[in-house]
Design a protein around this ligand. Structure first.
Ligand code: G3P
Ligand code: CA
Length: 326
C-alpha cells in the first residue's frame, strides 16, 4: 500500500478519559474528554461474574476502587496469578455488576495527581453499555464520538470461563457497530484474541505492542519481532493498525508500519514531568506539567496517525498547531 492511501486525519484517543484530570475510566473522565474534543474515548474492558463488560484497567480493582472499605466484601479478597503475575486483592470476575455498582472509583496515581483524588468516592464503575450510550449521546450535529475499547487479559478470562471475543462483537453489533466504517477500534496486547476477532467482525483492530516482552498468549516470541517488515506484514493480515509504546516509535518504525498498510497510534502522552523526557520538563517537580504539546508535535512530525493521551485538550491544541504549521 502506498503512503498516499494511508492518509487520514490524525485521531485523538482519550486514554481512560481525561485521566490526567479525573479518576480514570469513569463517566466523568470520558465526558470531559468529549467536551475537550476527543475523537475516541478509550475504555479498558474486563468482565464481571455475570459477564458484563465494565471499564477498568485491570480486573484487580484493589487500587482503583474503594472495595477495601466495604466489609461485606472482605471475604472476597484473594490471590490470583494473571498473565504470570501474582495479585492479592479483589477482582471483577468475583463480583456481579450489581455488587460492583456499590463501589466507587479511586484515583490510581494520587501522589502525581492529587487533584484527581478529590473525586475519590464520587463515581461509579461504568459498563461498556453506558460508555457506548455516552458516545452516541454526544455524536450530534455532524460530530462522531467513537470508542476504542481494549480487551484486558483475554486469555486469562477465557481460562476462567469468560471468553470475551464473541461477547464483545455481539454487544457492539447490538449498538449498530459491525463494519470497518463503525466509529470503533478494538485493541489488544494479545494476538490470538485479535485473530479470533478478525474472523468475527470487520471492526478495525489494533495490535498493541510494548517496548519489551511478548504478548501474554505467547502467540509470537516478542513484540520486537512484530516490528520487522515481515512482522508488520503478519500483523497486517488481521489488524488495521498498531498501538506501540511511544518509546518504540521512530521514523523507521512509522515507515515500515505504513509500508505494510498499518496505521500507527502510539501511547501514552502525559503532561506530568515524571512522564516526559528531561528536555521537556518545566521545573523540577515530577508532578508539575512540562511541555507535552512539544512532545506530541515531535511524534506528529514522524507521521503518526493518532495518539493516546491523558490530556485531551493539550492533544487537540498540539494537533491544531501541527496542522497550521505554527
Ligand atoms: O491501550 C493503549 C494503552 O492504554 C496501553 O496501555 O496499560 O494503559 O492499557 P495501558
Ligand atoms: Ca488501554
Amino acid at each position: 500500500m502506498t503512503k498516499q492511501k494511508l492518509l487520514s486525519p490524525v485521531i485523538i484517543i482519550a486514554h481512560r478519559g481525561v485521566s490526567g484530570l479525573r479518576p480514570e475510566h469513569t463517566i466523568a473522565s470520558y465526558t470531559l474528554a468529549i467536551e475537550q474534543g476527543a475523537d475516541f474515548i478509550e475504555p479498558d474492558l474486563v468482565l464481571t461474574k455475570d459477564d458484563v463488560f465494565v471499564a477498568r484497567h485491570e480486573n484487580d480493582i484493589t487500587e482503583t476502587s474503594d472495595v477495601a472499605k466495604h466489609p461485606e466484601f472482605a471475604d472476597r479478597k484473594t490471590t490470583k496469578v494473571i498473565d504470570g503475575e501474582k495479585h492479592v486483592g479483589w477482582f471483577t470476575e468475583d463480583f456481579t455488576l450489581a455488587e460492583l455498582k456499590t463501589l466507587r472509583a479511586k484515583e490510581r496515581l494520587p501522589l502525581l495527581r492529587p487533584d484527581n483524588a478529590r473525586y475519590d468516592g464520587q463515581f461509579e464503575i461504568p459498563t461498556l453499555a453506558e460508555i457506548i450510550a455516552l458516545a452516541k449521546k454526544h455524536s450530534v450535529g455532524g460530530r462522531v464520538v467513537g470508542i476504542y475499547p481494549e480487551t484486558k487479559h483475554p486469555s486469562y478470562f477465557a481460562g476462567i470461563g469468560h471468553p470475551m471475543e464473541a461477547h464483545l462483537v455481539r454487544e457492539l453489533k447490538a449498538a449498530g457497530w459491525d463494519s470497518a466504517s463503525a466509529p470503533v477500534f478494538i485493541q489488544s496486547f494479545e494476538v490470538d484474541n485479535l485473530k479470533a476477532l478478525h474472523k468475527l467482525t470487520r471492526i478495525r483492530l489494533i495490535q498493541l505492542m510494548d517496548k519489551k516482552g511478548a504478548p501474554a498468549d505467547n502467540a509470537t516470541p516478542s513484540y520486537a519481532a512484530m516490528t520487522t517488515p515481515e512482522g508488520f506484514k503478519a500483523v497486517a493480515a488481521y489488524a488495521y493498525g498498531i498501538g506501540p509504546n511511544k518509546d518504540m516509535v521512530d521514523a523507521t518504525l512509522v515507515a515500515n508500519a505504513h509500508a505494510a498498510g498499518l496505521r500507527v497510534h502510539p501511547w501514552t502522552f502525559r503532561a506530568e514531568n515524571f512522564f516526559l523526557p528531561p528536555a521537556l520538563w518545566s521545573g523540577v517537580n515530577p508532578r508539575a506539567h512540562g511541555r507535552l504539546s512539544d512532545e506530541i508535535r515531535r511524534y506528529l512530525d514522524l507521521g503518526i496517525d493518532g495518539f493516546f493521551t491523558d490530556f485531551t485538550a493539550i492533544g487537540v491544541e498540539a494537533r491544531a498547531a501541527s496542522r497550521s504549521g505554527k
